[in-house]
Design a protein around this ligand. Structure first.
Ligand SMILES: [Mg+2]
Length: 188
């Protein structure tokens, strides 16, 4: 399936993350032979079958992949930072979470990574630490690492929140293509 295609209900499929796309391609390859009763042009599944298959697959990805992947990221990112000593005062050893300004301070460190990604994009730079990768890609990775580290430090259920918010966003009227195309709709 091509990126950002319009499905049979008229909604734009924004699910273009490379990992998910690969899983979807695998799914389509697996089930195309079972469901495909009318091969013609680009529509190799009937509209009803395609819509049902995509809905089933999206639910499968959400329940089996998103939450578990987020949990693994949280364990990895926070575990590494905690072992490296970033969550204790360097002199006293006291947990830095005890400082009421800690959370907001860590949020600004995430912002700093996003700013670095913007600079990398603006100047079309390669990363200095991983010179085979674009700077914007590595700085986005830094931002995600910091986000999951922060969630782990405060015992948040970030994976569950991501899953629930994705489900909420999929249903919210102001994100439907028809609503966005109407006067006053969200352009982006
Ligand atoms: Mg960075």
């Amino acid at each position: 399936m091509s990126e950002n295609t319009v499905n049979t209900t008229g909604e734009v499929d924004m699910n273009t993350q490379s990992g998910v796309k690969t899983l979807r391609e695998e799914f389509e390859g697996l089930y195309a032979g079972i469901f495909d009763l009318q091969k013609s042009g680009d529509a190799y599944l009937s509209p009803v079958t395609q819509a049902a298959a995509i809905a089933w697959f999206d639910a499968w990805v959400s329940f089996t992949t998103v939450e578990h992947a987020a949990g693994a990221l949280q364990l990895n990112c926070h575990g590494a930072a905690k072992r490296a000593g970033w969550w204790q005062h360097p002199a006293t050893g006291e947990p830095v979470q005890n400082n009421p300004y800690c959370f907001s301070n860590k949020l600004m460190l995430i912002v700093s990574e996003v700013s670095e990604a913007m600079e990398g994009d603006r100047k079309n730079l390669m990363d200095d630490k991983l010179p085979h990768r674009p700077m914007r890609e590595v700085e986005l990775a830094d931002a995600v690492i910091r986000i999951f580290d922060l969630a782990g430090a405060y015992d948040m259920d970030l994976g569950g929140a991501i899953q629930e918010k994705l489900a909420f966003n999929a249903q919210r009227p102001d994100h439907k293509l028809a609503t966005r195309q109407a006067a006053g709709g969200k352009a982006y």
